[in-house]
Design a protein around this ligand. Structure first.
Ligand code: FEO
Length: 395
C-alpha cells in the first residue's frame, strides 16, 4: 500500500499497525494507524508528523514515492507523544534540509524527549509557512492530548491536520471514514474518546471553540489515527464531538463484575434482568474476560456503573481493582455508582469498591447489595428492592 492523496497536494504517508493490541493500557482490538501527511507546494514540501521509530521504514518508503529526501523543507511536530514523534530524530536525519516546526509547548519538551541537539522553530497562530500555492497555519491546542499539541491547517486544500483529535484506533487499508463505513468509525471514535480523551473534555471544548473562531473552511479533517473525514463526514464528526463534549447520558446502566464461584455473576445477571424488565438499557461485562476499553466505551454514555465482586481475602478481586484503577485516570463525571457482591464468612469487597468509586467521583446513594454465599430464592426480594432503588435513581 503506497502513499494516498487525501486532499489536493496532501498525501497520507503514515504507517499501519494491525497487530497493536495494547496502547498504554487501552486494549485495541483492531490495531491502529499512525497517520502523517506530506504537503507539497510549488516551492516547498512539509511532512506533518512522523511515526513511532519502528514504523519509520513505512513512512520513509511512502515519502520516497513522492519526493527526494533532500526536497523535504519542513517537519511539523503537531504532538510529541512517541506514536507521532518517536521517529522525529530519524526523520530529521533522513530529511537533512528540513526545519523542524513545533508549538511553544513542544519547544519546552523536545530537549527533554530527544536531547539538546535537535534544532527547531516555534510556530503559532501568527505564523504562515508558504509552500508555494499552499500554506500552513497553526493553532496550539494544549492538552489535546498533551501540553504540546497543535493543529495544522492547509488553507488552500481546506484541510485540517488535528493530530489526536477526531481520530480512532482502527487499522484498515481504506483511508476515509466513508469508505470504511461511518457508523463503524463513529463507534471507534467513541472507543478512542472514552479511553483517551474523556478526562480532557475541558481542553477539547476550548479547542473546538478555537477552531470555530479561526473560521477555517474544512473539506477534510485528517487525524493522526484511523480514518479521515471528508465532505459530509466533516459535519458528521464535528457534530459527533459536540455531542460527546455536551456530556449527558442515554440512561443506560453498565454492570461490570468479577466472580469467584459464579455467585456474584448470578447477582449481576439478576440485576441486569430486573433492569431490562423495567425498560432500562443494560450492558453487562465480565471484568475477567471483557476488554476494559469496551466497558469504558459503554460507560461513556451510561447513567450508572454498577460494580460487583466476590470477596477474596477481605477484598475485591484483582480484576475489579484493576478496572477501577484504569478509570480513575479517565475521570468519568456525573455518573451514579453502586456496589454489589457475594461473600462467605467475611465481607469486604463492596466496601472497597464503594471507597474507590467515591474517590473517583461517582455518586453512590445506595447501600451496597451483598449476598452470603449464593443468591437463593430467599434473597430475591432484597435484590428486587435494591434494583428498584437503583432504577429510581437512574430515572
Ligand atoms: Fe496519538 Fe497523544 O498520541
Amino acid at each position: 500500500m503506497g502513499a494516498i492523496e487525501v486532499a489536493e497536494g496532501i498525501h497520507w504517508v503514515g504507517a499501519l499497525d494491525p497487530d497493536l493490541r495494547d496502547f498504554h493500557g487501552f486494549e485495541v482490538e483492531e490495531g491502529s494507524t499512525y497517520n502523517c501527511y506530506l504537503v507539497r507546494g510549488d516551492k516547498a514540501v512539509a511532512l506533518v508528523d512522523t511515526v513511532n521509530t519502528e514504523f519509520m521504514p513505512q513512512l520513509l518508503a511512502r515519502v520516497g514515492e513522492l519526493v527526494d529526501a533532500a526536497d523535504v523543507d519542513y517537519i511539523v511536530v503537531n504532538h510529541l507523544e512517541p506514536d507521532h514523534a518517536g521517529g522525529l530524530l530519524e526523520a530529521a536525519a533522513a530529511f537533512p534540509n528540513a526545519r523542524v516546526l513545533c508549538s511553544a509547548g513542544a519547544a519546552r519538551a523536545i530537549p527533554e524527549f530527544h536531547g539538546p541537539d535537535l534544532a527547531f522553530t516555534v510556530v503559532g497562530p501568527d505564523d504562515v509557512i508558504d509552500l508555494g500555492g499552499r500554506t500552513l497555519r497553526f493553532l496550539p491546542m494544549p492538552m489535546v492530548h498533551w501540553p504540546d499539541s497543535m493543529f495544522t491547517y492547509v488553507a488552500e486544500s481546506r484541510t485540517l491536520l488535528p493530530n489526536d483529535a477526531f481520530g480512532q484506533h482502527i487499522c484498515t487499508e481504506q483511508r476515509f471514514a466513508d469508505e470504511v463505513g461511518v457508523e463503524r468509525i463513529l463507534e471507534a471514535v467513541d472507543l478512542y474518546y472514552a479511553n483517551i480523551l474523556m478526562p480532557l473534555t475541558g481542553p477539547i471544548s476550548k479547542a473546538v471553540e478555537k477552531l470555530a473562531a479561526a473560521g477555517w473552511e474544512l473539506d477534510v479533517i485528517a487525524p493522526s489515527h484511523g480514518a479521515i473525514w471528508r465532505g459530509e463526514g466533516v459535519r458528521t464528526i464535528l457534530g459527533h464531538y459536540a455531542e460527546l463534549l455536551a456530556g449527558g447520558d442515554d440512561g443506560s446502566v453498565v454492570v461490570a463484575y468479577a466472580t469467584a464461584w459464579h455467585s456474584t455473576e448470578s447477582m449481576a445477571h439478576l440485576i441486569a434482568d430486573r433492569l431490562r424488565e423495567a425498560g432500562v438499557q443494560v450492558h453487562v461485562f465480565d471484568l475477567r474476560s471483557d476488554a476494559r476499553s469496551a466497558v469504558t466505551r459503554a460507560l461513556l454514555r451510561a447513567r450508572a456503573l454498577v460494580v460487583g465482586s466476590a470477596t477474596l481475602h477481605h477484598a475485591m478481586l484483582p480484576d475489579v481493582a484493576a478496572y477501577l484503577q484504569y478509570i480513575a485516570g479517565l475521570k468519568p463525571a456525573g455518573k451514579l455508582g453502586a456496589a454489589f457482591g457475594s461473600y462467605g464468612w467475611s465481607s469486604g469487597a463492596t466496601a472497597q469498591i464503594r471507597e474507590r468509586m467515591e474517590s473517583i467521583g461517582f455518586d453512590m446513594p445506595l447501600e451496597d447489595l451483598q449476598v452470603k454465599y449464593r443468591p437463593l430464592d430467599s434473597d430475591l426480594p432484597a435484590i428486587d428492592a435494591w434494583v428498584e432503588s437503583l432504577i429510581e435513581r437512574v430515572r
